[in-house]
Design a protein around this ligand. Sequence first.
Ligand code: AMP
Length: 319
Amino acid sequence: MSAFAREVKKKFDSAKESKDLFSYDTTEVEKESGAPALGEKDSVKQDKKEDEEKPNPFLNPNPALVVKELDNHVILLNKFAVSPHHLLIVTKEFKKQTEPILPDELYEAFKTIKDFGSSQPTLAFYNCGPNSGASQGHKHIQVLPLNRDYEFQPPLKQLFDEIYDRQIGQIYAINKLPFVHVIIGLDNNMIRAAKDRESLTSYLAQMFFGILDAMFQQLRENSLPLDTSYNFLMTQDFMMLVPRSKETATIEHKGKKFEFSINSLGFAGAMLCKTEEELEALQAQENLMDMLTQVGVPWSPDSEKYDAERQLAETAELV
Ligand code: AMP
């Protein structure tokens, strides 16, 4: 365990003990297609609602939850921890969740991933815009250490790794995914070689704005407004963007309808069930990808790239 991971654990345990944080007793259930579903026994939703009636919880965060103060951000523990050690990187001053991530935020998120250590798979994500599944309007990027026991790695990573002759710095869309997205591999040699904060920030920004451009291109090809909400996912190895058409996916089970609010974690293969009944409905679904396609944007059949192995654009070389 890295020094940072130990620090987070210590803070988490003490906030849990003092009841400044609620850790939920969850069960993880794996489903075909490598997409685990999180089953949750307690009612997070109710607690969240009560909390959201209060003014902005990120403006003057509870010190019991503060892990680290950065220049312009604070790293906070998620008060409602469905998964332990879930962190939020919130802006010190109010900024909107509809704004894109800025270069220094990419740096802080990537550094936090790195600080958990290379043996700990960790995901950073950002739910941007009203259909992205975000519940707080104050800008926050999230960092989540993934559960190693369940190999809870974004399944997309596996598909990405399968791309034949994959090139670093090239933007791709994966054929097997039925919804619009863009993904790029990060160059670990480049990252290691980045000697200071500025060069790492500029590399990450270059990769991010490269896929953001490619996503806008996809939005244009699929006749979608350019202010469409999206989810951003980043690990040590890749960055990905998925535009969103709506917040919730609906499924039917035994004649009853169930609505699932989906955020970036859905695209990392995790869906949250609040009741046993929801879990049962989810498990009965043949293909969880259909739910992701409902909340994402299906590829336009007119798109030239529909059948091809989609290699979208090449980003410029690093300065
Ligand atoms: P999202 O729902 O993706 O916008 O993420 C916001 C997260 O903030 C949720 O996972 C909440 O559990 C968490 N949250 C809500 N209120 C607080 C609070 N007062 N302190 C820390 N985290 C909070």
